[in-house]
Design a protein around this ligand. Structure first.
Ligand code: ADP
Ligand code: MG
Length: 259
């Protein structure tokens, strides 16, 4: 039996009068890798932020294994304590790394376990070293973020998220800010995580990567999910029945292929 890690039902988000996501429904199974793709402004980042509850939806339900959050109507907003415990279990990696500039690489990775999980500093540092080793950066433990390349910073950010032992990881254009020659080292870390069975949601414009790593594609357009398909079907040759069924998805793919 597959177990669901996150389920989203009837999710709606607005900023002021501007409705940004409408009636979003999907679920993510344990170990599943979902690529979230679509044109700029279609709502991918907002959806990622909702999954981590960095953005509060206006309507709908988000269910994880141990928590159920309901929004809209008479539903009460979740307490800060509940939010922070939920967030700590859903790792997030941003385009711009968001590392603490005045902490060393090791401190960046160990901070969450110490502050949020109340681990002893020594054991958090030991865990942080293991994770840095895993992303190929053990030798940078005592450096500061500004001494690293973009690709190295992003690998530290991934190690930092993993230090919280998340049940799922969200990547919002994790390689978009990187020089082209630094993209691969980050994608390889992400690919290895996927292989190891991490549940992942990946917002990316790297279609070759999405095609090889993702189990499923959610294609977004105008704040809604226009397609939700196994990636093999989504990326199938357009002559087959299985390829993207919407014009928007087909033209999105062909624009990327020609860029
Ligand atoms: P994507 O990541 O697919 O490019 P976003 O989720 O960033 O799309 O944005 C979706 C829409 O929501 C856009 O129209 C954007 O202008 C709007 N939006 C995103 N964040 C905010 C915000 N904090 N306040 C107002 N509008 C926002
Ligand atoms: Mg975005």
């Amino acid at each position: 039996m597959t177990s669901t890690i996150i389920e989203v039902r009837g999710l709606g988000v607005g900023f002021g009068d501007h409705e940004v996501l409408h009636n979003i429904n999907f679920s993510i199974a344990k170990g599943e890798v979902v690529a979230l793709i679509g044109p700029s402004g279609s709502g991918k980042s907002t959806l990622c932020r909702c999954l981590n509850l960095l953005v509060t939806p206006k309507t709908g339900v988000i269910e994880s294994r141990s928590e159920r959050f309901e929004f809209g109507g008479s539903a009460k907003l979740p307490s800060d304590r509940l939010l922070s415990s939920y967030r700590s279990r859903i790792g997030m990696v941003f385009q711009n790394f968001n590392l603490f500039p005045h902490k060393t690489v090791l401190q960046n990775v160990a901070e969450g376990p110490v502050v949020v999980l109340r681990e002893k500093r020594a054991s958090a540092s030991e865990g942080a070293r293991r994770l840095l080793d895993r992303v190929g950066l053990a030798h940078k433990a005592e450096n500061y973020p500004e001494q690293l390349s973009g690709g190295q910073k992003q690998r530290v950010a991934i190690a930092r998220a993993l230090a919280m032992r998340p049940q799922a990881m969200l990547f919002d254009e994790a390689t978009s800010a990187l020089d082209p020659e630094l993209v691969t080292e980050v994608l390889l870390v992400m690919r290895d995580l996927a292989k190891e069975g991490m549940t992942m949601v990946i917002v990316t414009h790297e279609m070759a990567f999405a095609q090889t790593v993702a189990d499923r594609v959610l294609f977004m357009k105008d704040g809604a999910i226009a397609e939700n398909k196994p990636s093999a079907e989504f990326f199938a040759a357009p002559s087959t029945d299985a390829a993207p069924s919407t014009d928007a998805a087909r033209s999105f793919l062909s624009r990327l292929a020609n860029s």
